[in-house]
Design a binder for this molecule. Structure first.
Ligand code: PLP
Length: 441
């Protein structure tokens, strides 16, 4: 099924919808005026807009539509559930789909301990739950998180994030007690090291600087980490870094919270990106791809006697029956074939991106795993080139490929996990044309 553009972009109906939208929607959204898509329907890795243009989708609703748009198995599960029971509230009542999903979640998160599961509606809420939980369990107040991280827009999640100043501008005071430390962004190592001679200085910063100068480890409740930073630029932490971080947290009784909101649910070829390192976190946060587009946040942790009791945390809508059955169907599909597909098609895209990097000066770095891949766009001097990145995204859009940037100057590849190699090939051909266009300009 090729890309098909029937009108100039955006088409007349799209323009009309955007004009209405501009009058009433919050101006805080970050829509790209150079690459607007007004979606009408979706199927697999394809989106049709209101003017009948068919786009190939390498963004998946910001890494959400893991099983593709409107996967028939997910649609059927949601339709059947909608006819039976739409809402009950797990805060005060019980229903079958919620416990079915909780058991399933407890099973897919690694670790021999019993697990506990909390359901909410978004990634930020999954993080809020984790932040409250680790403080409750440890009775400690300080929390470490990473520069470049993004954990969401609510106060706790925003306070943990170290992504963009605009996210925080005029919103202080933030939640107190967060210490931001450098992330292992190896392409531009914050300590000036090379990948081949890395001595994990970023961990030494925690042990030698933070623990000695800023916070006694006995005051630190948790470290929040993305195994692959998402909004920060699809930056993958070395596996050794994750293993050593786990050791440090265990040594000091600090909870390790893995934010798998973007990198989770099979996207990297494993259910969770941290699994590649063989570690077992204390807490895992999920959202985005977990329910194929229905709103669901999930926080799973290793149970122990310090767990909180009734009233400490709850949510009216969290773990709504529709989201629960969508998540159960999603996990079946991921375990069935989609994680394998993510590895296979992801390896193909990655090798093609390396080929492009060899011939196109704009690509400075290729990174990530599975279908969570980033190409960092750089100038002649190797400096970050955000304008060129934006121009590449726009040039892709004009040719019918939906793709998103992340970080300051990276293009992210986060298509639905149903993407075929032929579809990948079509999208990459567009990406290459876009690179060539921007290089010529
Ligand atoms: N954590 C990570 C790693 C994310 O990428 C995001 C969103 O991009 C969030 C948390 C917040 O998720 P939500 O937008 O669903 O609140």
């Amino acid at each position: 099924m090729p890309i098909e553009l029937k009108t100039p972009l955006p088409g007349p109906k799209a323009r009309a919808a955007m004009a209405r939208d501009a009058r009433v929607l919050s101006p805080s959204y970050t829509r790209d005026p150079e690459a607007p898509v007004v979606a009408e329907r979706g199927q697999g890795a394809w989106i049709w807009d209101v003017d009948g243009n068919r786009f190939l989708d390498f963004a998946a609703g910001i890494a959400v539509c893991s099983t593709g748009h409107c996967h028939p198995v997910v649609v059927k599960a949601v339709q059947e559930q909608a006819a039976r029971l739409i809402h009950m509230s797990g805060t005060d009542f019980y229903y079958q789909s919620q416990v079915d999903l909780a058991e399933r979640m407890a099973g897919i998160v690694p670790g021999a301990h019993d697990k506990r599961v909390f359901f909410s509606n978004s990634g930020a809420e999954a993080i809020e739950c984790a932040l409250k939980l680790v403080r409750y369990k440890t009775r400690r107040s300080r929390v470490i998180s990473f520069m470049g991280s993004f954990h969401g827009r609510t106060y706790g999640a925003m306070s943990l994030s170290g992504s963009k100043a605009i996210h925080r501008k005029f919103f202080s005071p933030l939640v107190d007690g967060v210490i931001h430390v450098p992330y292992p962004y190896c392409y531009r190592c914050p300590f000036g090291q090379k990948r081949s001679h890395c001595s994990l200085e970023c961990l030494r910063y925690i042990t030698d600087t933070v623990f000695k100068r800023l916070a006694d480890p006995a005051d630190v409740a948790a470290v929040f980490v993305e195994a692959i930073q998402g909004e920060g630029g699809y930056v993958d932490a070395p596996l050794e870094f994750l293993r050593e971080l786990r050791k440090i947290t265990l040594q000091h009784g600090i909870q390790l919270v893995c934010d798998e909101v973007q990198s989770g649910m099979g996207r990297t070829g494993k259910m969770f990106a941290f699994m590649e390192a063989g570690i077992e976190p204390d807490v895992v946060c999920m959202a985005k791809g977990v329910a194929s587009g229905l709103p669901l946040g999930v926080t799973v942790w290793q149970a122990d006697e310090r767990d909180w009791g009734p009233g400490s945390h709850a949510s009216t809508f969290g773990g709504n029956p529709l989201a629960c059955v969508a998540a159960l169907a999603t996990i079946d599909l991921l375990e069935g074939e989609l994680m394998v597909n993510a590895s296979r098609v992801g390896a193909y895209i990655r090798s093609e991106l390396h080929r492009l990097a060899a011939t196109h000066r704009l690509i400075g770095d290729v990174r990530g795993r599975g279908l969570m891949l980033g190409a960092e766009i750089v100038g002649e001097d190797g400096r970050k080139a955000p304008e060129a990145r934006n121009a590449v995204v726009t040039a892709c859009y004009r040719r019918g490929l939906i793709i998103l940037g992340c970080g300051e100057n990276t293009v992210r590849f986060c298509p639905p996990l149903v993407l075929t190699e032929e579809e990948a090939q079509e999208g990459l051909a567009v990406f290459e044309q876009a690179l060539a266009e921007v290089e010529r300009a």
